[in-house]
Design a protein around this ligand. Structure first.
Ligand code: ADE
Ligand code: ZN
Length: 338
């Protein structure tokens, strides 16, 4: 099977996906109309034309503005459902989804409005499409520690649905120490911890996220490769990295896809994975991310296979589910490798 078909047909797991980042311009327009929300755009083309980012902050400003059209549980259901339909079409069999409760509670929505809509779609996709899922809520790092504690409090009754806490938004001015206490409380309450680190920030941020926040997975982690000692340490501990090639290109973390560090990450023994981050804003879902990096770096079947397998290995599936998913993946890979 040629490499493009191999990517399209390979069973895939997505571990770094912001559900609010799947809001396509068409849905943004239709929800704005449904909910009577004013947008500073008159057409889908105008929205797309605005997606020329020069930095993470540049993107975040539009991402928070875009979210304002999401008002009801039904909106969150529609959003999640549209994403999962795309997953099915791309042979994504398992997803671990982030949501940003503070992006919504700050606009007067209840935590439950968001959760009910998202989980209704996740449950339906498991029943109808066989896609399994986990849900992780992120603290917005540009907001205060106190605000994060309030969000943790709101999540406590929902631990049957939310497995973990993450940390996203502006990395540069909000390094990990600010969230040490709330992450400790979250871990003590039974949540798994992950954090965005080393996206725009330095290798030191990644080390702090690992040491101070005690995270089980690193979101992005590109900067790890700037520090040999840290690379060896993360590699020895096999802490998974959820890398996002098209996101890195569109947010100018790299200037050219040929500079993407994912092959270097594999060569260093890191448990690197490929993910889409905010696909509606960055020009591609899972298959497009695999294809972009495969073409730019001329990744081999074996490297693609390793990246695909790493995603199941690095997932938060229960052991028996993970073993079954890996067996399914390995059967595909051995039947279709050259
Ligand atoms: N929120 C949504 N996408 C993000 C990213 N790539 N980095 C930080 N915060 C985010
Ligand atoms: Zn992200």
């Amino acid at each position: 099977m040629d490499i493009k078909s191999f990517i399209a047909n390979m069973p895939k797991a997505e571990l770094h996906l912001h559900i609010e980042g799947t809001l396509e311009p068409e849905m943004m327009m239709s929800l704005a109309e449904r909910n009577g929300v004013e947008l500073p755009y008159n057409s889908v083309e105008e929205i797309r034309a605005a997606y020329e980012f020069t930095s993470l902050q540049d993107f975040l400003d539009l991402y928070y503005q875009g979210m304002s059209v999401l008002q009801t549980a039904f909106d969150f259901y529609d959003l999640t459902n549209a994403y999962l339909t795309r997953c099915f079409a791309q042979n994504v069999t398992h997803v671990e989804i982030f949501f940003d409760p503070q992006g919504h509670t700050s606009r007067g929505l209840s935590f439950e409005t968001v959760l009910d809509g998202v989980t209704a779609a996740l449950d339906e996709a498991e029943r109808n499409l066989g896609i399994t899922s986990k849900l992780i809520m992120c603290f917005l790092r540009h907001l205060s520690e106190e605000d994060a504690f309030e969000t943790l409090e709101a999540a406590l009754p929902h631990q049957d649905r939310i497995i973990g806490v993450g940390l996203d938004s502006s990395e540069k001015d909000h390094p990990p120490p600010k969230f040490m206490r709330v992450f400790k409380a979250a871990r003590e309450a039974g949540f798994i911890a992950v954090a965005h680190a080393g996206e725009e920030g330095s290798a030191a941020n990644v080390a702090d996220a690992v040491d101070l926040l005690e995270i089980s997975r690193i979101d992005h982690g590109n900067a790890i490769l700037d520090d040999l000692t840290l690379t060896d340490r993360i590699s020895a501990a096999q802490i998974p990295l959820t890398m996002c090639p098209l996101s890195n290109l569109r947010l100018c973390v790299i200037d050219d896809m040929k500079q993407h560090p994912i092959r270097r990450a594999l060569e260093a023994g890191l448990l690197a994975t490929i993910n889409s981050d905010d696909p509606a804003y960055f020009g591609g879902y899972m298959s497009e991310n695999y294809l972009a990096v495969q073409e730019a770096l001329n990744l081999t079947h074996d490297e693609i296979r390793q990246l695909g397998r790493n995603a199941y290995l690095g997932s938060f599936m229960e052991d028996s589910q993970k073993a079954a998913a890996l067996a399914n993946f390995d059967a595909f890979a051995s039947a279709n490798s050259p």
